[in-house]
Design a protein around this ligand. Structure first.
Ligand code: COA
Ligand code: ADP
Length: 586
């Protein structure tokens, strides 16, 4: 099992030795190790995912409670992808720690590894992110997490991005489901063959007893997940008359609490069967006595059936029920697209991301997330080397994974918010950066994201001018002490293909961080050099040219001369300054 939305590091880094000689240990870190016994396994001798989810949830809950100093409940769990099974006799180790605390909620990162006791072989199993909410008697903000190591710094920074995505997740799904196309499915809907979906329907009830609850008598989220996984597995088996393997669980939210004495009604049905996988939907509702049912949670799980070679088998088609069944059948197709976008855009490692990701409004949130996360990860590297300093502009380089990146750092006597607003509008960049010859807005996607076409001079003498299609994603601070971010990366648009007159350039990861300091604002510009910009920067790094220094000296002057043009109205507004939209279809 592996992979997770926005997953980054595995927490393996050299030990940090504190001043007193002690090895640093994250105070919120909690570890649990379990030997997989037959009672934890299914009839195939594999650890039941429901059991694993319970262990992951309790470890994460203890970590959250250690930080919060009070009882906590699971609010949500991000997508989890499972790629391997764990056998009886193997040891599962779970480590959880709080990546960041917000007002009443905390993001907990969970890393699962497995160990074969007979061969001492150890391997990484999966990582996940859960959000816990503190149940505190008094209101007030949770104490902040202070990151110490580079890995903690990265996770702290990315936690703000993941939170943003989580909180709009329901909205994204709703939008996509509203706009999901019906054509491809119609053909299947007409099909009279296929297993009737009704045959896969499961309904089961559970009584919440003391072992299922914490000391505040709230039901453990992990227990509910385990019950949901159980009914989903039964439903999936009914489609294929075989043992199904759970591959992924979509991000979900615990909508309301459940308590000891509740009866939990769990309902599952196969919403759609694709060629090699199926989506099972599960809904959990709770009630006590004669009270009406309370909707606690809905989850969507993807199952496969594996043959002897662990290859997925072709599945029978499903014949959905009319009305709700047909709607869910269509919605499962839309969710499959979202799943693929999230898995391949967000969770792939930075080095595996293709240079220009195709722009598609339906995956805008993921591209924006990826854009900002890549910049935050580049900025958090602790191996930047100061190469030279001129006119109060410092140039740093970073050589990592066969990539050369550079960072330019300077300080300005202008407030961070104003610097952010002035630099957010790429159409103004030509005023200080001679490299930006032309810049047009292709689309103001929303307040945070804009797509531009930028034209720059040729990097080689007599060569063609270059053009770039850039997605600019902006973020204001999530908390005091956070920087502002303006991230840039290339996207490709069918309406703006490369043309013969221009060399199409690509930006893998670039952008600014703007940080308020005691007397000045620290401005940092980052760029992960692609072959197109390499000749431009290598002359500066080698000391043969001063173009970077003069550009950033001009940038300082531009900011100081224009700070008064940023009115309070503009500074509170979305981070874009005017600019026409061409209206050309994307
Ligand atoms: N994912 C992550 N965090 C979420 C969230 C989601 N989908 N929805 C809300 N939150 C966070 C908010 O960001 C907020 O955090 P902050 O204070 O750090 O900004 C916190 O939850 C409370 O926000 P609020 O607006 O008061 O949310 P709410 O009224 O929707 O309540 C829960 C959120 C989680 C407290 C509520 O839905 C709940 O009690 N759920 C059941 C939790 C539970 O009992 N779980 C165990 C299994 S039943
Ligand atoms: P929706 O019905 O809009 O899909 P719900 O949150 O009510 O959303 O349910 C989530 C999933 O749970 C459904 O997609 C379906 O797969 C399953 N489900 C819901 N109700 C039932 C039911 N009565 N019987 C079987 N499965 C159900």
């Amino acid at each position: 099992m592996s992979g997770e939305v926005g997953a980054t590091v595995e927490w393996e880094e050299p030990p940090l030795i504190l001043d007193g000689g002690e090895v640093y240990r994250n105070p919120t870190e909690v570890k649990m190790s379990q030997i997989v016994l037959p009672c934890h396994a299914n009839h195939c001798g594999e650890l039941s995912i429901g059991q694993l989810l319970k262990w992951m949830d309790s470890t994460a809950c203890l970590s959250a409670e250690r930080h919060a100093g009070c009882s906590c409940v699971t609010a949500s769990v991000d997508d989890i992808h499972f790629e391997q099974t764990i056998g009886v006799g193997q040891v599962v180790s779970i480590r959880a720690r709080v990546n960041r605390a917000f007002t009443s909620s905390m993001e907990v990162g969970i890393v699962v590894t497995c160990e074969d006791l007979y061969s001492s072989r150890q391997w990484s199993v999966c990582h996940a992110f859960s959000t816990f909410v503190a149940r505190r008697p008094e209101a007030g903000k949770l104490k902040q997490v202070i990151p110490h190591t580079q890995a903690e710094q990265i996770e702290y920074s990315l936690a703000a991005e993941r939170r943003r995505m989580r909180l709009i997740h329901a909205e994204i799904i709703k939008d996509l489901l509203t706009n999901c196309p019906s054509q491809p499915a119609d053909e299947h809907l007409q099909c009279s063959e296929g297993v009737p979906a009704e045959r896969t329907r499961v309904e089961s009830v559970e009584l919440v007893l003391p072992p299922h609850t914490n000391h505040q008598v709230s039901t453990f989220g992990g227990q509910i997940m385990a019950w949901m996984e159980n009914v989903a597995t039964i439903s999936a088996s009914r489609l294929c008359n075989a043992h199904p393997t759970l591959r992924s669980i979509d991000m979900f939210h615990f909508r309301g609490p459940s308590h000891m004495g509740d009866q939990l009604v769990l309902k599952a049905i196969v919403n759609n069967a694709f060629r090699k996988s199926m989506e099972v939907g599960v809904c959990a509702e709770a009630y006590q006595g004669g009270e009406p049912l309370r909707h606690i949670n809905s989850a969507f799980m993807t199952f496969e059936v594996l043959d002897h070679n662990k290859e997925p088998c072709t599945l029978p088609r499903i014949r959905p029920e009319p009305m709700d069944g047909r709607r869910r059948f269509q919605e499962a197709i839309a969710r499959k697209k979202i799943r693929l976008d999230r898995k391949y855009i967000i969770s792939c490692k930075q080095s595996e991301v293709p240079l220009s990701v195709p722009w598609d409004p339906t995956n805008q949130m993921y591209l924006s997330f990826n854009n900002v996360s890549a910049l935050k990860m580049l900025a958090a590297r602790n191996t930047w080397v100061l190469t030279s300093e001129k006119k109060k502009v410092s140039l740093y380089t970073l050589e990592e994974n066969h990539m050369l990146s550079f960072k330019v750092e300077t300080h300005v006597a202008v407030g961070a918010e104003k610097v952010f607003v002035l630099l957010s509008d790429l159409k103004c960049r030509h005023k200080w950066d001679p490299h930006y010859k032309e810049c047009e807005v292709i689309s103001h996607v929303d307040g945070d994201d804009t797509i531009y076409r930028v034209v720059t001079p040729s990097v080689s003498k007599g060569g063609k001018v270059q053009d770039f299609i850039l997605l600019a994603s902006r973020r204001r601070p999530c908390d005091s002490g956070d920087p502002y971010w303006i991230a840039l990366c290339s996207v490709s648009l069918p309406a703006y293909p490369p043309t013969a007159d221009y060399n199409r350039g690509e930006v893998l990861c670039a952008g600014f961080s703007v940080e308020e300091e005691a007397t000045h604002t620290k401005l940092s510009y980052y760029n992960q050099a692609t072959p197109g910009v390499l000749p431009y920067i290598s002359t500066d790094i080698a000391g043969l040219s001063s173009r970077i220094y003069s550009a950033f000296t001009s940038c300082r002057t531009f900011l100081e001369e224009n700070e008064d043009s940023v009115t309070s109205a503009t500074s509170g507004a979305p981070a874009t300054l005017g600019g026409h939209v061409t209206g050309k279809p994307l």
